[in-house]
Ligand binder design. Structure first.
Ligand SMILES: [Zn+2]
Length: 466
């Protein structure tokens, strides 16, 4: 079957559908959310539009509580799942193109959701229609699972997994080609200072970061009862470290210090410059009162020289997924009230989480801090010898002529919700990732290529040799 030729012949149909879908503003909207409409009107409209396509194709369609739905075809005990989503992140600013206009220019379709994940969803959907039209006999059912809350907590697919049939195997076209088969575990943790009593503390406040999964690019602190020389010392520090920052004398021997860092995603903190760490490193040289010093010293010891968790008893690496990474993403201190560092920890697939956390607790003895686990999303891994990986590799290689490298990442993709599932496209190797940015686009030629790959994958996965 020449899937590419068929996909090319149906390109107009796919693009027209994608334009319709992109023009539905499906950002989570709490203002119109009710029990009936859990994520607001936009996401529901997009979900219903998608499910309507399945009804028109006379496939089996189910809407589950207006959170998630599926379109199914074929027969068989077992089922192949394709996990997509039709909600999008807010447009944000700086767009040249209309964010919900679905304009086409230079072979690209622009709009929020074009690559994340409406374009890939339409490629998977065209693939399903092409396989149906081909009349090829399948021995497993094929189900397109359509979520409407991927961007804000996975409440859609979590609802699905709690109430519906788990696919025998499947993929999510919501990340990169070739195949992401290893995703690190992601824990959200808090290092909390045990005694925050205000013994006329020099450090009055310290704040950095808004999101645990980003390296903070800004930090600010207020200190009092410090020598006048702090101004000169801070300026010298900034010069040596080639950092930007400011210090102002607020009178009454009180100073406000700010420092700029460089933001990056928590999956690789070394790509950024942590402003909180930089500011704490300076303050550690001039603060003397007990809880103030303990607070900044902890940041310096834990995160000052490396991001791999060595000082905190959490370092570990394995071949298939790499090292532990720690991102001190949100730092808060208010004299007499709170001292805490919130950390996004990414850990390897074979890491024994409970054992290491126990070790991490022991590493805190005498630091004046405790470790609290706020959330833990387990690692995700599908072994290379599994049927899923073998088949998707073969499909990718014969359609692209390129080797199907298996990728391991520190980020979490939608695929981690599928027990026997991987992320499979549709960004091709080397393509810039413009998801969540202004002027998000999808390259139409790649959309067609992806539809062909997905059609081939559906047939391969939904055919058992038995
Ligand atoms: Zn997505």
């Amino acid at each position: 079957m020449d899937w590419l030729k068929q996909a090319q012949e149906r390109q107009q149909e796919m693009i027209a559908d994608l334009q319709t879908l992109v023009r539905i503003n499906s950002v989570l909207d709490e203002s119109t959310a009710t029990e009936e409409v859990p994520f607001g009107e936009g996401p529901l409209k997009a979900l219903n539009w998608m499910l309507q396509q399945g009804t028109e194709q006379e496939m089996h369609v189910v809407n589950m509580a207006n959170k998630v739905g599926y379109i199914e075809m074929g027969q068989g005990e077992e089922m192949v799942g394709m996990l997509c989503h039709v909600d999008v992140v807010p447009a944000g600013s700086d767009w040249v193109h209309e964010p919900f206009g679905a304009e086409i220019e230079d072979g690209k379709l622009f709009g929020r959701g074009a690559i994340d994940d409406k374009g890939p969803t339409m490629a998977a959907w065209l693939a399903m229609k092409m396989v149906k039209a081909s009349g090829i006999k399948l021995t497993r059912r094929v189900r397109l699972i359509v979520g409407s809350d991927e961007e804000t907590g996975f409440r859609c697919v979590k609802h699905y997994m709690a109430h519906e049939e788990v696919p025998t195997l499947g993929f999510a076209p919501d990340a990169d080609f070739p195949i992401i088969n290893a995703e690190k575990g992601i824990a959200e943790t808090t290092y909390r200072q045990l005694d925050v009593a205000d013994h006329d503390e020099q450090l009055r406040s310290f704040h950095a970061g808004h999101r645990i999964n980003m390296v903070p690019d800004f930090a600010t602190a207020i200190v009092k009862n410090v020598p006048e020389e702090i101004t000169a010392q801070f300026k010298a520090y900034l010069a040596v470290e080639t950092l930007t920052g400011e210090i102002t004398n607020d009178g009454a021997n009180t100073f406000t210090l700010t420092i700029k860092g460089v933001s990056a995603h928590a999956m690789e903190p070394n790509n950024g410059v942590n402003a909180a760490v930089k500011l704490a490193s300076f303050l550690a040289t001039c603060l003397e009162t007990a809880t103030s010093k303990q607070f900044v010293d902890f940041i310096v010891t834990g995160f000052g020289t490396e991001t791999r968790g060595h000082a905190l008893g959490l370092a570990y690496r394995d071949e298939m997924s790499g090292e532990t990474t720690l991102n001190a993403g949100v730092v808060e201190y208010e004299a007499g009230r709170i001292g805490e560092v919130r950390v996004s920890m990414r850990y390897a697939v074979s890491y024994d989480f409970d054992t290491f956390i126990a070790q991490g607790q022991r590493a805190l003895i005498n630091t004046g801090f405790e470790l609290v686990i706020d959330d833990n999303s387990e690692p995700h891994y599908v072994a290379p010898e599994e049927e899923l990986i073998q088949k998707l590799s073969a499909v990718y290689e014969r359609n692209t002529g390129e080797k199907a490298e298996l990728l391991a990442i520190g980020g979490g993709t939608y695929a981690r919700e599928l027990p026997n599932g991987v992320a499979f496209g549709m960004l091709f190797p080397g393509e810039p990732d413009i998801a969540h940015q202004h002027d998000e686009y999808v390259i139409i030629e790649n959309l067609v290529k992806a539809a062909a790959i997905y059609a081939d994958a559906i047939v391969e996965l939904a055919t058992t040799n038995a």
